[in-house]
Ligand binder design. Structure first.
Ligand SMILES: Cc1ncc(COP(=O)(O)OP(=O)(O)O)c(N)n1
Ligand SMILES: Cc1nc(C(=O)O)sc1CCOP(=O)(O)O
Ligand SMILES: [Mg+2]
Length: 553
């Protein structure tokens, strides 16, 4: 037996299933093991702990210009952190001017490629692009029946953005009769939606909703009709229909000639997000945000002499904010006991920010926000960095109030902004999709806007009068309830909440009210840990009563 002194510390970076556990794990192996046995042990441990890498297979045509097709799909998946394999259905000669030639790959060879990938590699999601003939659609359907995958994303590419035809008219029935019934989502643009519906005119957002509902009848679980080409619209509006509800997804219209490949990229990003386990609507929203960002970053690209250039899928590589590691993945239940700091209160009680943060975490806080209105920037970054270490250790998300720059500098998990702070949409563009964004909302309209801007949760208050925030408007329990019922995002209540009244707040029993955010009831107390424990037990009691159907007031 090896004594503990003869153990060697062998650091192994192993992937993990949850972001919470995304730390390197250290494996101890006895020094007495031979190098060969040590190697075998390490690889056995690595195999046992190995988690699967998300994998998208794109079945599409090659674009020699590199902006669309297979090339766009691989770059988009790479940018979303997902592995991408490819089955090429046709080779096109194209550039920024248009499509000069199409060379279809024989159907038997497409089948062979599908067989090679699907029989060997664990594919999560298949995304389709250019399927030049009904025969190719049949081959694909047969392969998917033999090798089922978790999701199928169908981008019914028929005409390129330059107006060139990429599939025969007879493929229309192949899509409608065979492929759509297997699809989790189909993503036609206006021209494609119109072609699928026998030439139906699509001129307004309500036409798009009708089209989404009609296409849904062909069998896909979800439909996204893309309105990028809708004339007279200042926004980029897409319509998403899940079989029950139609959602209008608004984005900003970016002025650039570099839009070639947006459709392929959007569908690939949806596939990538689905392969990571995102729900469909979240995947669509993340994909739309990615494309909008990519368009922004593409404004300065000058490639080719034609009217439509490719865009920058890998903008993250040159954009420092996108190089920051994603934070803890947002989970609505994290809002249960939200501790919001106040350095004035900390000085009053003679404690440091790190001691205060540690105390509330020990007491049971589930998320922490550093709300420092007067701290100098350098001190704020240093304090936030020290608090991040504590929060990481306990796997508790740490958000920064107002200051996106401080959040980036300390790689915080996210930012909370109010109605007069930076717009949530801009914060999302700066922080990227992996960070948590909260927005303060007092009205239904503000909650709707926060959702459209890509926020993760809303803070709603002041529920009760408070002296912590000067001149704050109190909306009361009724105001809170009204916003919660209308909000598509989870809600945390704030303002004047403490041990004595938290039951009234959570006792409203509204499903998406996930917790309470508290400043003075924790930080303006002598024993922060003890007060946090007491508040947590009040909240837990209310929660168990609410889930049993009894509302305790
Ligand atoms: C969870 C949570 N909700 C609301 C607020 C208030 O944010 P804001 O309206 O921007 O006001 P300030 O906190 O910046 O004064 C919050 N901080 N946290
Ligand atoms: C920071 C903040 N925002 C509010 C809002 O209504 O949006 S109320 C508030 C202060 C909350 O402090 P306390 O828990 O001490 O009342
Ligand atoms: Mg603010």
């Amino acid at each position: 037996m090896a004594s503990s002194s003869s153990l060697i510390l062998q650091p192994l970076i192993l992937p993990s299933t949850t972001p919470r556990a995304a730390f390197s794990r250290l494996v101890f192996l006895p020094r007495s093991l031979s190098p060969r046995l040590r190697a075998v042990s390490l690889s056995t441990i690595a195999m046992a702990l190995r988690t699967k890498f998300p994998h998208v297979l794109t079945v599409a045509g090659s674009d020699s210009g590199g902006g669309a097709g297979i090339q766009a799909d691989i770059k988009a998946c790479g940018a979303m952190g997902v592995y991408c394999s490819s089955v090429i259905t046709a080779v096109t000669a194209q550039n920024t001017v248009g499509v000069q030639g199409v060379h279809p790959v024989p159907e038997a060879f497409i089948e062979e490629q599908l067989n090679s990938v699907l029989s060997d590699m664990e594919v999560d999601v298949v995304k389709t692009g250019m399927l030049p003939s009904p025969g190719v659609i049949k081959v694909l359907c047969d392969s998917l029946k033999r090798f089922p995958v978790k999701a199928l994303v169908v981008d019914p590419v028929m005409v390129s953005t330059s107006g060139d035809t990429l599939s025969s008219p007879s493929t229309l029935s192949g899509y409608r009769d065979d492929l759509f019934g297997m699809a989790d989502i189909v993503t036609p643009n206006l021209k494609e939606a119109s072609a699928l519906l026998g030439g139906m005119q699509l001129q307004t957002v309500s036409d798009m909703s009708l089209a989404a509902k009609s296409i849904h009848k062909f069998g896909p679980k979800n439909v996204l009709v893309k309105g990028g080409d809708l004339s007279g619209s200042s926004d980029a509006v897409d319509v998403f229909f899940d079989g029950e509800t139609c959602y209008e997804l608004h984005g900003s219209r970016v002025q650039t000639r570099n839009t070639h490949g947006t459709g392929c990229t959007l569908a690939s990003c949806i596939a990538a997000e689905l392969s990571k386990g995102s729900p469909m609507l979240e995947a669509v929203k993340a994909a739309k945000a990615f494309v909008e960002n990519a368009l922004h970053y593409s404004k300065s690209i000058e490639l080719g002499s034609g009217p439509q250039g490719p865009f920058d899928h890998l903008f993250r590589l040159k954009s420092p904010p996108y190089n920051v590691a994603p934070g803890l993945k947002f989970q609505p239940d994290d809002l249960f006991l939200y501790a919001v700091t106040d350095s004035g209160m900390n000085s009053k009680w003679g404690r440091s920010m790190t001691d205060a943060v540690e105390a509330v975490i020990k007491g049971g806080a589930t998320i922490v926000q550093l709300r420092e209105k007067h701290m100098e920037t350098r001190e704020f970054v240093e304090t936030a960095t020290a608090c991040m270490e504590i929060c990481r250790l306990h796997k508790i998300p740490l958000l920064i109030n107002d200051r996106v720059d401080v959040a980036l500098a300390c790689n915080a998990d996210g930012v909370h902004v109010g109605q007069s702070d930076m717009q949530a949409r801009t914060v999302r563009a700066l922080l990227g999709p992996g960070k948590i964004i909260g927005v303060s909302c007092k009205t239904i309209a503000q909650a709707e806007q926060a959702w459209m801007d890509g926020a993760d949760y809303i803070g709603c208050g002041g529920v009760f009068p408070t002296s912590t925030k000067k001149d704050n408007t109190t909306i009361g329990l009724e105001g809170l309830k009204e916003v919660c019922l209308a909000s598509k995002l989870p809600v945390v209540a704030i303002g004047g909440i403490g041990i004595g009244n938290a039951n009234l707040v959570l006792g409203t029993g509204v499903k998406n009210l996930k917790g309470v955010a508290v400043v003075s009831a924790l930080f303006d107390r002598e024993s922060m840990e003890g007060e946090t424990k007491k508040l947590r037990s009040v909240l837990e009691r209310v929660l168990s009563n609410v889930s049993e159907g009894t509302v305790v007031l």
